[in-house]
Design a protein around this ligand. Structure first.
Ligand code: PMP
Length: 354
């Protein structure tokens, strides 16, 4: 730390993203990216947009919001585009939390929530998941602040039904409830159809997972126009050009053939079924995944050891040190070929331990 670092950030513990190794070719199953690249039309749209790089990007993302609103069957004024969904989540902490309006989220959930709370000096309370890592919705009734729920949850991969989230919304009419749907396209139910019924609902989604655009950084907030206006106030006070023009063009092109994205999600769900069975046959215990990753533990191998052994053998998965989940690993669902390699290496590791 330099002697100039602001006192207000001295205790800040930044978020630790998954490794993005440059030194070696790994089978990369550690950051929940989509294993299928975007269509050539997306690349072409980026190339075309690059000719206009001398101009600032459209602060309102008009074309993108129009296309997305059509796709989600909502109106463009119910949408705000951001630099990844991380940005909309940060905006939500800025807009809807303060020292009198704390944040509430699960003890095991997306690791960025406590960091956003810390940088915005928002107090927060964590709500423990049950022993089986599911959410007890009654724990979220009548809270005194803003609620953040990742659905499906990460890293557990477990989803709530939309009607369960509706119970939480009904019992928090004076609080904003943020439903982080980063992984919703892999089989869970979206809460987007509820935004007109509940003016306290903000849904966040991303192009990073089901639309194969993690590197482009494109996310969104979906909610009542008044909530969106508040979020825009924050956006225009921090970074009006938060979505660059290449990313916006890629987003529009991606939506032109959203069927392709949908098919890839179905392929990933199919791979999930197939390799979930194989991993269980090898002795893994895992949650019921409704996301593009497994959350799994093996009774014979400590979580960290499996992660390190696989890394030595060229397969990267994600391990978390938090006490409650240290036996587990989060494993992104890749192509069947990548998953074959994972299974092969796990078999070899298990064999070596005999
Ligand atoms: N929410 C959850 C639950 C996530 O796991 C992630 C991805 N790490 C995000 C939000 C943010 O994703 P992005 O910023 O790429 O949209």
């Amino acid at each position: 730390m330099s002697r100039f670092f602001s006192e207000k950030y001295i205790d800040l513990e930044p978020y630790v993203p998954g490794e993005q190794p440059r030194n070696q070719q790994y089978v990369k199953l550690n950051t929940n990216e989509n294993p299928y690249p975007p269509l050539p039309e997306v690349t072409k749209a980026v190339e075309e947009a690059s000719r206009k790089l001398y101009l600032y990007s459209d602060t309102e993302c008009v074309d993108l919001r129009k296309a997305l609103a059509r796709r989600l069957e909502i109106s463009p004024d119910e949408l705000l585009m951001t630099n990844g969904s991380d940005e909309i989540l940060n905006f939500a902490f800025m807009a809807f939390c303060d020292k009198h309006t704390p944040a509430y989220f699960a003890d095991i959930t997306y690791g960025f929530y406590p960091v956003f709370a810390a940088i915005n000096r928002v107090p927060y309370e964590t709500i423990p998941l049950r022993d089986d890592l599911t959410i007890n919705i009654a724990d979220y009734y009548h809270k005194a602040g803003t609620i953040f729920i990742a659905n499906p949850n990460a890293p557990t991969a477990i989803a709530l039904r939309a009607r369960e989230i509706e119970e939480i919304l009904k019992r928090n009419p004076y609080n904003v409830v943020i439903v982080d749907e980063a992984y919703v396209d892999f089989g869970a139910e979206s809460c987007v159809p509820l935004i007109r019924k509940y003016d306290n609902l903000l849904v966040t989604q991303t192009f990073s997972k089901s639309r194969s655009m993690a590197g482009a950084r494109l996310g969104m907030g979906i909610g009542n126009p008044e909530l969106i206006r508040d979020l825009n106030t924050v956006k225009y006070s921090t970074n009006p050009y938060n979505v660059n023009s290449l990313t916006a063009a890629a987003g529009v092109a991606s939506l032109k053939n959203d069927e392709y994205n949908r098919e890839n999600s179905l392929k990933i769900m199919d791979t999930r079924d197939q390799y979930g069975r194989k991993l269980r046959e090898l002795g893994f215990e895992m949650t019921e995944s409704q996301a593009n990753f497994f959350f799994a533990r093996h009774p014979e191998i400590p979580g960290e050891e499996l992660y390190l052994e696989l890394k030595k053998r060229g397969v990267l998965i994600r391990h978390f040190n938090a006490e409650r989940i240290k036996d587990y690993n989060r494993i992104t669902i890749g192509t069947p070929e990548q998953m074959d390699r994972l299974v092969e290496e796990i078999k070899a590791i298990l064999e070596d331990r005999k």
